[in-house]
Design a protein around this ligand. Sequence first.
Ligand SMILES: *[C@@H]1O[C@H](CO)[C@@H](O)[C@H](O)[C@H]1NC(C)=O
Length: 133
Amino acid sequence: MRTTSALFAFLSSAAFFSASGATPLGSPLTKRYDNVRLQYDDPPDNLLCPPLPFREPIPVNAVSLSTSHWASGNNCRRTVNVTVGATTYSALAYAECATCDVNGLGILDPFWNKIVGDETDIYSITGDWIFTD
Ligand SMILES: *[C@@H]1O[C@H](CO)[C@@H](O)[C@H](O)[C@H]1NC(C)=O
């Protein structure tokens, strides 16, 4: 529980200092989504990227995109940076998140536990993300 409280305090202060909304960064055509909801996601098979014709490794840092950003699968396997607090992770869009906020992001296992640690009672945090490809 100590870890949970510390994490919440840390994330709250990080959220407090983040600008809200999407702001351009890097490429003028790439928007960064700041201070949005990142939620634990365990998508069913039918929401995963369509299988490739060859065997593919399951990405360690896998995220799921809101229906809007999923864009009928057009953003499948795009790369993203996910920033939580002071840490930025690179990740791969691997599924659609049917319950995510429009600019939110779903985080799959084991990436979720990499971010929140071993806590089992956290399902939603605040962070930033951006397409990097
Ligand atoms: C993604 O993260 C890496 C490592 O922190 C950084 O070098 C790169 O500039 C980031 N890309 C974008 C578009 O933010």
